[in-house]
Design a binder for this molecule. Structure first.
Ligand SMILES: C[S@@+](CC[C@H](N)C(=O)[O-])C[C@H]1O[C@@H](n2cnc3c(N)ncnc32)[C@H](O)[C@@H]1O
Length: 370
């Protein structure tokens, strides 16, 4: 039996036993059910042959900017001899490899201090539950991790919020809006002063409670266990999303839930459970607030476009132009000149994908520090 139909069967059985399950429970099973979930089964998901690609896949300019960012943090901390970096949700480890390659060429003294550790749920390390307590990181970073955590979905009707549940009808999965059980859902939107009562009926939003758990644990992991000697360091998280007030607006009537299957976008999370990625935009205000409660301060919240610019992406592009693409100016008509021109266009195109304000350039980069 295919992963999807076997998992679907499991989900249907659970609904039979327990009644309708919350969308968050459904999403947790679809993505993380041992042996079946999207993130815990073996096949290729990332990159051009998978379902989606990330900034790391687009071009190593992203990793190089991250390298320069980490080097800056290392300097901010006074160049410690051991500089621990923990990357959560590291996938195949491409970002780690590209950063280390960059450091080998561009920053050997930084490389000598760098202790870079990767962790991913596909090797059994869940960022929500495991604490790498024997590892002292100065930086905990993630790219497109938090958007994968299971979300609750609420729907506004009249003066009330209902929670979207998943039930079965004639052997198929179907959504219904129902009363919620988790009291945290009741206060969540109000705590960010979202005027949802004025929004149109049927308005939907995702609430990522696991993101709060994650930020709390991650902050604690960074600070260490000794309350009198809290460690200094940074949490850096990149993802799509926005501040609460930008995210939860009337115009976004259907919320931000998105599925990816073989590079096709869809808004049908109940089909192919376990075979497609399901994500939702991240509420960065919630992450900042949770980290502040743990004693961290906000250093940066900006767009990926701005962050890449601040970390030298265009200077790097210009340097490459001068070093390797001189033929374009001196010998454009020759075969070599034409090849150089195509390669140059290709590089420039990749940079514009990373910085495009309509897509990856609009990802947010959050840095919390202590
Ligand atoms: C969109 S990919 C990003 C991969 C990589 N960071 C990059 O930029 O190419 C999301 C990754 O997060 C991992 N992941 C999802 N949920 C996780 C969790 N709860 N704990 C640890 N890793 C998780 C997935 O297995 C996947 O490798």
């Amino acid at each position: 039996m295919q992963v999807s139909s076997a998992l679907q069967q499991r989900i249907l059985e659970r609904i039979q036993d327990e009644g309708p399950i919350s969308f968050a429970t459904y999403m947790r099973m679809a993505l993380y059910e041992p042996g079946f979930g999207y993130y815990v089964t073996g096949e290729a998901k990332m990159g051009w042959e998978g379902d989606y690609y990330t900034s790391t896949d687009v071009a190593n300019f992203f990793a190089h900017s991250m390298g320069r960012q980490l080097q800056q943090m290392w300097e901010q901390l006074g160049r410690p001899a051991h500089f621990g970096v923990l990357e959560q949700g590291s996938g195949r480890g491409d970002l780690a490899r590209q950063i280390q390659k960059w450091a080998t060429q561009e920053a050997p003294d930084f490389l000598a201090a760098l202790r870079y550790q990767v962790a991913d749920i596909n090797t059994g390390e869940d960022a929500l539950t495991t604490l790498a307590s024997d590892f002292e990181p100065s930086v905990i970073l993630s790219n497109e991790l938090v958007d994968a955590f299971p979300v609750h979905v609420v729907e506004k009707q009249g003066e009330h919020l209902y929670e979207v549940h998943v039930t079965s009808q004639n052997g198929r999965l179907r959504e219904i809006a129902d009363e919620y059980e988790n009291p945290a859902l009741n206060t969540y939107l109000d705590s960010f002063k979202i005027p949802w009562r004025t929004f149109a009926d049927g308005w939907r939003a995702e609430i990522n409670l696991d993101a709060l758990v994650w930020m709390k644990r991650t902050s604690q992991l960074l600070l260490g266990t000794n309350p009198r000697r809290k460690r200094r360091g940074f949490i850096l998280a990149i993802d799509y999303g926005d501040t609460a007030r930008q995210l939860y607006i009337n115009d976004r009537h259907h919320g931000t839930l998105t599925c990816y299957y073989q590079h096709q976008l869809s808004d049908r999370p109940l089909v192919r459970p376990g075979e497609q990625d399901i994500t939702a935009h991240v509420n960065f205000t919630a992450l900042i607030r949770t980290a502040r409660e743990q004693g961290l301060r906000l250093q940066t919240l900006t767009t990926q476009r701005q962050w890449l610019m601040d970390h030298g992406i265009y200077e790097e592009l210009e340097r490459l132009h001068q070093q390797h693409f001189g033929k374009i100016d001196t010998d454009r008509a020759s075969d070599q000149g034409q090849i150089a021109l195509l390669q140059w266009y290709n590089l420039r195109q990749r940079v514009s994908v990373l910085t495009n304000p309509m897509s990856m350039g609009n990802f947010k980069v959050l840095i919390m520090k202590r």
